[in-house]
Design a protein around this ligand. Structure first.
Ligand code: 5GP
Length: 193
């Protein structure tokens, strides 16, 4: 997605060999017009897949997931990262190791929001090692629902997440694919859309 690649070049900051900071439009301050465009592109890609729910993980996945859900006219569910005393009914959980925070947390979704009839599009902000996506897939499968695909705003293609997910049979659609950021220079691989 050309518009997104241009924005990454303009506003993305390379923090190290493997970490990109995109807090001015995606992970902290959010550019809603760009998110709306991203949501439309993902929705167009999965228009004929019979998606019934969009699932993401808090917090930075929520913006692109919500615009995707809006364009597909289906509900968006975000997995919670912290225990909440109001979640008293059945909850589905998975363990996720966070690439940026370097801690393992239990993520959860109330079981009443997913069932065997659901075809789910997972949306997330950044794909690195695929831990967040794998945790979401585990939860969706516990519910007996089907994963139709994974829509990613920024994929770091030099990390193993995409390959491992594809090896599990998951369709991955990344709007920007970063091949490397050696010497602070961002190089793109060909995006899926
Ligand atoms: P994964 O589970 O695929 O290893 O990592 C995915 C999550 O870690 C993303 O949802 C994102 O929140 C965070 N993350 C991974 N790599 C980066 C990065 O380079 N920059 C930022 N800002 N977040 C990242």
């Amino acid at each position: 997605m050309k518009l997104l690649e241009e924005r990454i070049l303009k506003d993305g900051n390379v923090l190290s060999d493997s970490v990109l900071k995109v807090d001015s439009f995606l992970t902290h301050q959010v550019d809603y017009e760009l998110m709306q465009e991203i949501g439309q592109v993902l929705a167009d890609t999965y228009q004929d897949a019979g998606i019934t729910k969009v699932v993401t993980i808090e917090a930075s996945g929520i913006a692109p997931a919500l615009y995707t859900a809006s364009a597909l006219d289906v509900p968006m569910i975000f997995a919670k990262k912290h225990k909440n005393i109001t979640m008293t009914e059945g909850i589905l959980t998975a363990e996720v190791y966070s690439f940026t925070k370097q801690v393992t947390s239990t993520i959860s979704i109330a079981s009443k929001f997913l069932s065997q009839v659901d075809k789910v599009l997972i949306v997330d902000d950044i794909l690195a090692n695929g831990q967040a996506a794998k945790g979401l897939i585990e939860i969706i499968q516990q519910a007996g629902a089907q994963v139709a695909g994974l829509g990613i705003v920024i994929e770091k293609s030099f990390q193993p997440g995409r390959q491992e997910l594809e090896d599990q049979g998951i369709k991955v659609t990344s709007l920007a694919r970063l091949a490397s950021f050696a010497n602070g220079q961002i190089e793109f691989a060909e995006a899926d859309v």
